[in-house]
Design a protein around this ligand. Structure first.
Ligand code: ADP
Ligand code: 5GP
Length: 187
């Protein structure tokens, strides 16, 4: 099975996914997406993303290397490489996807019962704004774009198999641990 996580940017998805990976070492691996956006903060090529030029991204599209890709924000591409799924599954691990809502629902459509799609919801759009400002690594313009997109994405939450509200982080992490246990994803 694969595990798909979607959430409006700033909901705490990365924080929760990182927790899952460290809580169950060797059992889950994050699919590293390709993007044309620039690295933020401490991000490293090949770890958070494969950071590529627009030309290189378009070459991957032409080669059919992506299982899905989107222009998530105006002018910025993000895509999931088929080779990531093969890399992770051949290592005997469960592939975890941290992608936008549209991409997540596309993957769910492709994988069907072989996928669990989880929506991480923020307690409110106001709290989302606080978290994005608090993270301090995104311009005001990008924050406003993300907040506008969040309102649209929240409407799609009911299409997911599971919704976890990330209000109290520890509680949300516990709910996630119980979910993967109940799905039989951990040894
Ligand atoms: P995402 O991956 O969804 O964009 P992050 O995991 O980067 O979000 O979280 C956004 C910010 O909110 C980070 O600064 C993170 O430390 C903080 N954060 C995450 N979960 C919570 C929570 N439950 N309560 C308060 N702050 C949180
Ligand atoms: P960020 O720039 O904050 O890292 O990510 C912006 C958005 O792009 C997030 O919602 C993230 O989940 C999404 N994203 C990251 N990788 C992919 C991908 O491969 N495909 C799609 N469709 N969205 C992605």
């Amino acid at each position: 099975m694969i595990l798909i996580f979607c959430a409006p940017s700033g909901s705490g998805k990365s924080t929760m996914v990182k927790h899952l990976l460290s809580r169950f070492p060797g059992q889950f691996a994050l699919s590293v997406s390709c993007t044309t956006r620039a690295p933020r903060g401490q991000e490293q090529d090949g770890r958070e993303y494969y950071f590529v030029s627009r030309e290189a991204f378009e070459q991957h599209i032409a080669n059919g290397d992506f299982i899905e890709y989107e222009q998530v924000y105006e002018g910025l591409y993000y895509g999931t490489l088929r080779s990531e799924i093969e890399r992770i599954q051949s290592a005997g691990m469960t592939a975890v996807f941290d992608i936008d809502v549209k991409g997540g629902l596309n993957l769910k459509r492709i994988f069907g019962d072989e996928a669990a799609a989880v929506f991480i919801a923020p307690p409110s759009v106001e709290e989302l704004s606080r978290r994005l400002h608090g993270r301090g690594d995104t311009s005001e313009e990008m924050i406003q774009k993300r907040l506008a997109k969040a309102t649209i994405e929240l409407a799609d939450a009911p299409k997911f198999d599971y919704i976890i509200t990330n209000d109290d982080l520890q509680k949300a992490q516990h709910t996630l641990e119980e979910l993967v246990k109940n799905l039989g994803m951990v040894r």
